[in-house]
Design a protein around this ligand. Structure first.
Ligand code: PEP
Ligand code: MG
Length: 841
């Protein structure tokens, strides 16, 4: 008997069936049997059985057939471990033959009986005999004629009679499905979805319930939620006199399930069956602890449940479904948190290209800032601003961006650059602003003199042409595909609250402007982990002042510029402190890499000449004299602070004066001041001495008391190794993993985009190390620094503020290393928080 055969098992409540031996569908069917649902008799074939079948060793197929009532028809469906891994298509009506047709003709009518047979002949021909599906193209009409024509076509092509013995038919179907699983394309397809090399396939053989014949007959699917939104709503379709998933084919005769103004419904047609079906679905949701799509058949007014599959869902629906299941007490909050992939939250936070939209991809680059936007191409920041002023949506297309482009970026809907990597200017700024951005799209070439963008396939796009930048995937598309709006609903907030309770590592935001800070606050960030003060000058009118400061030749000139900068900074900080009231704000002293701040275009150069009252030629001479071969390794960060101490003194004063201001009408503010690009202890000593002196002076002048915390941004390899001598001067160390990755690999963060994809494709790097922290190399340096720093200064606060702070794998590393918090772009805070919660669960 089947029960005694280890490979073929009748699905009963206590049969030994598991996901790992028989696959998900078999296991699910067993659960439905346990719930006493009306499931037709089913036999499950294990992974081992299917493996044997593929190699030609068939189980006792006749014994399987004997499990079903005499003359029953059967269907076979795949049962892989994970439904996402796919499997061969179902084959219905096995067992149909001439004798069965003759018998059924009387019972359900000739047309219905012939339709069953025709369907089986064609499925058998295509899946088992591997005949060309086109051969049935001329079979038209239905009923007996179509059946005869199909049989004839089969016999003509195979030069054999259509097999009549049900066991022979079943054996052939099983063999072909087992072999299809081992085919190269099926293998590659499932491996791309994460299936292991030896992923198994189970098969289920189920007695057919016809769905055709006398009385109310038909088939359909039902689910209790909307797949797009996750909102509770009975959705699905029912088609009278149909089988399998025919009801989903969109036939004009399909019925709605519930009463619907658009047409007749199952609820009206067969109210009792519908009520029963709905009850079964609710039971499945509760007991299977998941939103399920129910596949059902009605035969002569009797309801059967054939299968249940996890409801397909959008990211937005995934959140809503998980939260609702937990709120209904079906799953725990922890489980709800585990069921949502952190990355899918990204899709909720930004507009996206609709999943079903046609994508006319013209180029690809690095997905640097998520979300998608459509607009007309412009090649300069000025045009983007002009376009925005006219109310036009523009896409700013640049070779790469610099601070001069910031206004244009604000005005544009998305940014596309030919060069750059995940930490390049456009990428960092784009993420900060929540602006979709694709960088390093080297398959597209920009011809500025011609004002053209050319794709590799030869298509050219000019100013004003419409394109779409998909910063979630890195694709650049022609035209305007359908979009899906961002969806931050109540369930999202609920999930975030639960994540907050579960997580045990802090999540701060990198925020440079009051707008960023407000976003951070809205997402309940635990403070600001990095305020890049030089970015505060990316605003209209301010950039020139910053440049004047960098340009000043005499102490007197510089003092004059710093005097203008001081009130600006003081106001900036006061506002940040007010927005973040009660939370830490970590301000990084200036770190302007010169290549990002020296004007490269004529407009910027002219503006600077005007501001300085100098002829353009002297400005250009000075730009030339100041430019560096390796600006990322040049006069940046603390090196500027040590060579021109007045600059950091001005910033310290602005911070302390703002502290006094902001503490006046709220909780006392404790600012954090961070020194960038440190590589030697002496750098820290020098800056600390001067900052302490400014603090004392401000306390004195204002007759105020306040505290502050001084720390070091560890972003050079030497600083990690010398952490023991740096830490004693610090309240905190924050790892700037962008520069640390750049310097550890000796890999320019602005140029890596050009060859990163080749490196990843060839397996040199498993991932872009600017995107996912390199735990082996950079990670070892972090560990060394953490250990040495902690030993020298017990209780020192440790964190990471490079772009890796928003990446789930990198957060796992930081948590394992015992860091206090990670800091990431404001829009990545929810992703980071959910990832952190999952790590703690
Ligand atoms: C870093 O280097 O990791 C960092 C956060 O600083 P920036 O990106 O401004 O160099
Ligand atoms: Mg840095």
């Amino acid at each position: 008997a089947v029960q005694n055969n280890p490979f073929t098992t009748l699905v009963t409540a206590d049969a030994p069936i598991s996901n790992d031996s028989h696959g998900g569908r078999a296991k699910c069917l067993q659960r439905l049997v346990r719930l006493d649902l009306p499931v037709p008799p089913t036999v499950a074939l294990s992974f081992d059985a299917v493996k044997q079948i593929a190699s030609g060793l068939l189980p006792d197929v006749a014994a399987v057939v004997r499990q079903f009532p005499e003359g029953a028809l059967m269907c076979v469906r795949p049962s892989s471990q994970d439904p996402d891994w796919g499997g061969p298509g179902a084959v219905l009506n096995i067992g149909m033959n001439d004798a069965r047709f003759a018998h059924l003709r009387g019972a359900i009518g000739e047309d219905a009986a012939a339709a069953l047979y025709t369907r089986f002949i064609q499925a058998y021909a295509i899946n088992v005999a591997r005949l060309d599906p086109d051969m049935f193209d001329d079979v038209d009409g239905d009923g007996r004629a179509a059946m005869k024509a199909s049989l004839r076509a089969y016999e003509r092509e195979t030069e054999e009679e259509f097999p009549q013995d049900p066991a022979t038919q079943l054996a052939a179907v099983l063999r072909s499905m087992a072999r299809a699983w081992n085919g190269t394309s099926a293998r590659l397809l499932r491996q791309a979805k994460g299936a292991p090399l030896d992923a198994g396939l189970g098969l289920v053989v189920q007695q057919m319930v016809f769905g055709v014949g006398a009385g109310q007959c038909g088939s359909g699917v039902l689910q209790l939620v909307d797949s797009a939104t996750g909102a509770p709503q009975v959705t699905g379709r029912y088609l009278s006199q149909s089988q399998g998933r025919d009801a989903l084919a969109g036939d004009a005769d399909t019925l709605y399930l519930t009463k619907d103004a658009r047409g007749p419904s199952l609820e009206e047609l067969a109210p009792q069956v519908f009520a029963e079906l709905r009850c079964h679905a609710a039971l499945m949701r509760k007991k299977l602890r998941e939103e399920m799509q129910v596949e059902f058949v009605i035969e002569d007014g009797n309801l059967y449940i054939l299968d249940g599959v996890r409801v397909v869902r959008s990211s937005r629906a995934a959140v809503r479904i998980a939260v609702a299941l937990a709120q209904d007490g079906i799953i725990s909050r922890a489980e709800a948190l585990m069921r949502v992939q952190p990355r899918t939250l990204t899709e909720l936070l930004h507009r996206q290209v609709d999943v079903g939209a046609r994508r006319d991809v013209i180029g690809r680059g690095i997905a640097a800032s998520p979300g998608a936007a459509t607009g007309r191409i412009v090649f300069s920041a000025a045009e983007a601003q002009a376009g925005a002023a006219r109310g036009e949506a523009c896409i700013l297309v640049r070779q790469e961006t610099s601070p001069e482009d910031i206004r244009g970026m604000h005005a544009a809907r998305a940014v596309l650059t030919e060069r750059g990597g995940i930490t390049s200017h456009a990428a960092v700024i784009g993420r900060g602003m929540g602006l979709p951005c694709v960088v390093g799209a080297s398959s597209l070439s920009i011809n500025l003199p011609k004002q053209q963008l050319t794709a590799r396939d030869g298509r050219s796009f000019s100013v004003g042409d419409e394109i779409t930048v998909d910063g979630t995937t890195g694709d650049v598309l022609a035209g305007a595909p359908a979009m899906q709006e961002a969806a931050l609903d109540e369930t999202f907030r609920t999930l975030m609250d639960w994540a907050e309770e579960a997580a045990d590592i802090g999540i701060r935001a990198n925020a440079d402007t009051p707008a960023d800070a407000q976003t951070a606050r809205n997402f309940h960030a635990h403070g600001i982990g990095l305020c890049r003060t030089e970015h505060m000058f990316f605003e209209p009118g301010r950039l020139t002042v910053m440049r004047e400061m960098i340009f000043a030749e005499t102490g007197e000139d510089r003092r004059a510029v710093l005097e203008r900068l001081l009130p600006m900074q003081r106001e900036d900080f006061t506002e940040l402190f007010r927005i973040m009231q009660g939370q830490p704000v970590c301000i990084r002293l200036f770190d302007p890499p010169l290549h990002e701040f020296l004007p490269t275009d004529r407009t910027g150069q002219r503006e600077l000449a005007e501001a300085l009252g100098l002829p353009l030629s002297s400005v250009m001479r000075r730009i030339y004299a100041m430019s560096e071969y390796n600006p990322m390794l040049g006069l940046r960060g603390v090196r500027l602070g040590v060579t021109v101490p007045e600059i950091y003194e001005m910033q310290a004063r602005a911070i302390f004066e703002a502290t006094v201001e902001a503490s006046r009408d709220g909780e006392p503010v404790v600012p954090e001041i961070m020194i960038p690009l440190v590589s030697a202890r002496r750098e820290v000593e020098l800056v600390k001495t001067s900052v302490d002196a400014i603090a004392a002076a401000v306390r004195n002048e204002r007759d105020a008391s306040f505290n502050y915390r001084l720390g070091v941004m560890v972003e050079t390899p030497r600083a990690t190794l010398r952490a023991a001598e740096i830490a004693p001067h610090c309240a905190f160390l924050s790892f700037g993993t962008n520069d640390l990755t750049q310097m550890t690999y000796g890999l320019s963060r602005d140029d890596a985009g050009r060859f990163m994809s080749t490196y990843v494709q060839q397996g040199v790097f498993e991932e872009d190390p600017f995107h996912v922290l390199d735990v082996d190399g950079v990670g070892e340096l972090l560990q060394i620094a953490a250990e040495r720093g902690r030993r020298a200064q017990p209780g020192i606060t440790l964190s990471i503020c490079g772009e890796h702070g928003g990446n789930p794998e990198s957060i796992a590393f930081c948590r394992a290393a015992g860091f206090d918090y990670v800091s990431c772009s404001p829009f990545r805070v929810p992703v980071a928080r959910l990832a952190a919660a999952q790590l703690a669960i």
